[in-house]
Design a protein around this ligand. Structure first.
Ligand SMILES: Nc1ncnc2c1ncn2[C@@H]1O[C@H](COP(=O)(O)OP(=O)(O)OP(=O)(O)O)[C@@H](O)[C@H]1O
Length: 283
């Protein structure tokens, strides 16, 4: 069994009378990308804050790399990287110097800075001041900083929110590379396509409750109650057909006549699963 890098047992958090997290329970294994998905206000950031020692839970336990979160002190940041929307940059320092400042703190060799800048597509902007960067460049710099010391675990709160598709794609490739090198990634997102593409497991969070927790594939199959198939024919007419003996016969006929351009099963995506489980959309 793979090592559990994050373990959460019956964790709750209340802010006065507001119950932001209600007995949540999950674990994240070493080297996986775990997606924590839920609409605004469902408790994603609260969870990240508890797991990174920035906020105390009301009850329950959580462990990161075997350490109880209440005992987290600065030494854990040697093994953990964090990106949240308050991960500020030194606005008046250059891209390069933003990273050297952290490299010193984290005792990282300077040669790693150039490697990361190249991977992030920031190398040619290394002398620009942080306050002259676009939103996407800033986000890439914050991500580069979080990876400087090759952490064992990365906590990413909405890492691609509001970014253009090209930057988003670059960040996705980088996260897959990190995973391949053994980094465990805890990712919050509203974006179901992102979760489907990147995550080994996802937990769906609604109003502070985990309502599902499985692989994206297993969830879409579990909620594929009415099996249907979409067939595009060479006359460019699309048919959506139920799973039935008639459909089998019909598809057979089209296949024999070489009339089929494309054929797909119509299982729901994670967005539809979330809607089915909670009755609400993710936005
Ligand atoms: N410091 C706080 N004091 C009081 N209530 C808070 C505090 N922080 C969060 N909450 C409440 O807890 C709930 C969960 O908030 P949280 O920020 O974790 O949601 P989220 O899922 O990260 O949302 P978003 O996607 O909008 O960032 C919300 O109802 C929020 O208003």
């Amino acid at each position: 069994m793979r090592k559990r890098v994050i373990e959460v047992n019956q964790l709750s958090k209340s802010f006065k009378k507001q119950h932001a997290l209600k007995n949540i329970q999950f674990h994240v294994s070493e080297g996986e990308i775990f997606g924590f998905l839920g609409p605004s206000g469902s408790g994603k950031t609260t969870t990240i804050k508890i797991l990174t020692g920035q906020l105390a839970q009301t009850s329950g336990q959580a462990f990161v790399l075997g350490n109880p979160v209440e005992k987290i002190d600065e030494s854990i940041y040697e093994d953990v990287g964090i990106v949240t929307d308050n991960s500020g940059l030194y606005e008046r320092l250059s891209v390069y110097n933003n990273l050297t400042a952290f490299a010193k703190l984290l005792k990282v060799k300077k040669s790693r800075i150039d490697v990361l800048l190249k991977e992030m597509g920031l190398y040619e902007h290394k002398n620009k001041l942080a306050n002259q960067l676009s939103k996407g460049m800033k986000q890439r710099l914050v991500l580069a900083r979080s990876m400087l010391h090759e952490p064992k675990v990365l906590f990413l709160d909405e890492p691609t929110s509001g970014l253009d598709p090209v930057t988003t794609e670059a960040i996705h490739s980088l996260l897959m590379e990190l995973k391949a090198n053994g980094t465990t990634i805890f990712l919050t997102t509203h974006n179901m396509d992102e979760a489907t593409k990147l995550c080994d497991h996802v937990a769906l969070l609604n109003d502070g409750l985990i309502v599902e927790n499985d692989s994206p594939k297993a969830l879409t199959l579990k909620y594929n109650k009415e099996k249907r198939y979409s067939v595009l024919l060479s006359n460019e007419v699309e048919h959506v057909l139920p799973h039935s003996p008639d459909t089998v016969e019909q598809i057979n006929q089209w296949l024999k006549n070489d009339e089929i351009l494309t054929i797909h099963s119509c299982e729901p995506d994670l967005e539809a699963v979330f809607l089915e489980v909670t009755g609400r959309e993710l936005i």
